[in-house]
Design a protein around this ligand. Structure first.
Ligand SMILES: [Zn+2]
Length: 305
């Protein structure tokens, strides 16, 4: 099974931790505690991990709704931050959601080694990925803390767009089904000029390699996946393609997705989306294949892959 290329999963589904973050100038401070909503008992009962390497703390930079924290000095007018400043509006406008106001804490480690050391010590049950989003329930209830971890590197912009999309969704929705969470993050992870097209995914899907050469789109199968470990490269690709189909084919298909997201604002489990899509697309799988066949791969991504 290939290692997922994609940077993250919504790690909230398998987390157990107890740690306290130091107060950070210019940022919201809070305590981590308690368990992820779907934390497994074997994880929850594990002894506390040894002290994790320190979080970055030297520099903080607020760019609402994000608070970036790094040991590397950041330039607020850098292209990376100008791009991320627009991401919130892009996501909420395209998905027709009201903007959230929750602070998203973004920890940017100075290099991959320090990031991985921290993650392995603090979140020992998680697979190795380039970046993570964590929605951490608070011990005393209330809104979840929204945390992003990654390191500086060639893929920082793409990884942050992906993870911050998760954070933006979780800041306004009660929950997000795993497949949809990843499909939307994949859709928004490349710059707006890509029009949501991920050329690498498109090439793979057109080549029939989505599922080991036997790819057949199957939204009901995707919707049944509830475990982070069951989402791998083929599932990320297919989730992206279903999201792109809904957002970029017909107004009716887009309305199915936006109505579903509106439901998720109040109801964490509104049931499967597939039957609603079938009501406006009689043969969704055929439409899926036609849509991919007709897509323009668009501008090539910059040299991050
Ligand atoms: Zn993700």
């Amino acid at each position: 099974m290939p290692t997922p290329r994609t940077p993250s999963v919504a790690a909230r589904r398998a987390l157990a931790l107890a740690a306290a973050l130091a107060a950070l100038p210019g940022c919201q401070s809070f305590k981590l505690g308690g368990l992820g909503r779907d934390a497994k008992p074997d994880v929850a009962l594990a002894p506390a991990p040894p002290a994790a390497p320190a979080l970055p703390s030297r520099f903080t930079f607020r760019l609402p709704p994000y608070c970036f924290i790094s040991d590397v000095e950041m330039q607020p007018d850098a292209p990376l931050f100008r791009d991320l400043a627009k991401l919130r509006d892009q996501v909420y406008k395209e998905l027709q959601l009201p903007a959230g106001s929750a602070v998203v804490q973004v920890y940017l480690f100075e290099n991959k080694d320090r990031y991985e050391q921290f993650m392995q010590a603090r979140y020992p049950g998680l697979p190795t990925r380039r970046a993570f989003f964590v929605a951490q329930p608070r011990t005393l209830g209330g809104p979840e803390d929204l945390l992003v971890y990654t390191s500086w590197g060639a893929s920082t912009q793409q990884d942050l767009r992906h993870e911050l999309t998760h954070a933006l969704l979780h800041s306004v929705l009660k929950d997000v089904p795993l497949w949809l969470d990843e499909g939307l993050a994949e859709y928004f992870e490349l710059p707006p000029e890509n029009q949501g097209v991920n050329p690498a995914h498109l090439e793979q899907l057109r080549g029939g390699n989505g599922m080991g050469g036997l790819f057949k789109p199957d939204l009901s199968r995707l919707e049944a996946l509830g475990e982070v470990k069951s989402m791998n490269r083929p599932e990320y690709r297919e989730a992206w393609a279903w999201v792109h189909l809904m957002l970029r084919t017909t107004p009716e298909a887009k309305a199915v997705l936006t109505a579903y997201l509106q439901q998720l604002r109040a109801n964490p489990n509104p049931g499967p989306l597939g039957p609603k899509l079938k009501a406006v697309l009689p043969d969704p799988e055929a439409t899926f294949e036609q849509h991919l066949a007709g897509l323009d791969a668009g501008p090539k991504p910059t040299a991050r892959r």
